[in-house]
Ligand binder design. Structure first.
Ligand SMILES: C[S@@+](CC[C@H](N)C(=O)[O-])C[C@H]1O[C@@H](n2cnc3c(N)ncnc32)[C@H](O)[C@@H]1O
Length: 218
């Protein structure tokens, strides 16, 4: 989707991906996040409350989000004071608990981020069409230090029944995107069709799987 389409989604509140609570899978598998000095990157972060949970474990949480409304909503809805500065070609929104770079993730560089030890992708790679997933995987890995961890939660389903986003990104695709760059460890998988929004069932989906991976950057 283009910038304008994401902007419309946010302006019209068509953000079914947003959760009003911390993701239980992050709480379950976030045990790799133990060092408070570690710096965490949340690519394509939206206004996820997962950043609040992460900020209780680590001092530095950095999000990347395209749409200004999502960024401002995150701070306002969580009663966080923030400042805004230029971080060419992005904008940097800084608060006590998280720093969010507003703009295109592909323009985020180590100069913006410094060292990143852990990245957390939930509903991020699945937000991107196929032609952007390899560039995304390469860019994400390039931002995380060798030995660092990427905790990734993907969704997959019968793509012939529904167009994305969320796109279907299978465990096989995760393997093939990351295996040259990382040690890829599948951690968990579950069918979430019953607990997910009715719009998936309305499209005729009878299953929708969520799979968790731990990727260790080489
Ligand atoms: C499906 S949402 C997931 C948000 C979040 N990870 C969550 O779990 O709630 C994907 C988000 O990525 C943002 N986005 C899309 N393309 C982007 C890009 N190139 N750079 C940064 N953010 C982007 C969208 O605005 C949207 O908020």
């Amino acid at each position: 989707m283009l910038h304008k389409e994401w902007e419309s989604r946010w302006n019209e509140n068509r953000i079914g991906f947003h959760r009003g609570e911390v993701n239980p899978l992050l709480m379950k598998f976030g045990d790799c996040i133990t060092d408070p000095s570690h710096r965490i990157l949340v690519p394509l972060c939206g206004k996820t409350l997962d950043m609040l949970w992460l900020s209780k474990r680590c001092h530095t949480v950095i999000g990347s989000e395209l749409i200004e409304k999502a960024v401002v909503d995150f701070f306002q809805e969580n009663q966080l004071e923030y400042t805004v500065s230029e971080a060419m070609p992005l904008h940097c929104y800084r608060s006590e608990i998280a720093t969010l770079y507003q703009g295109d993730f592909f323009q985020l560089t180590p100069n913006h981020l410094g060292t990143i030890h852990v990245a957390y992708d939930r509903a991020s790679i699945v937000a991107l069409p196929q032609n952007l997933r390899a560039p995304y995987a390469n860019h994400l890995v390039s931002l995380v230090q060798p030995g660092g961890t990427i905790l990734l939660i993907t969704f997959y389903y019968d793509q012939s029944l529904m167009s994305g986003p969320p796109y279907s990104v299978t465990p096989e695709e995760i393997q093939s995107l990351f295996q040259e760059l990382c040690n890829v460890e599948p951690l968990f998988e579950q069918d979430v069709i019953e607990s997910e929004s009715a719009r998936f069932r309305q499209k005729g989906l009878t299953w929708l799987k969520e799979a968790v991976f731990r990727l260790t950057v080489r």
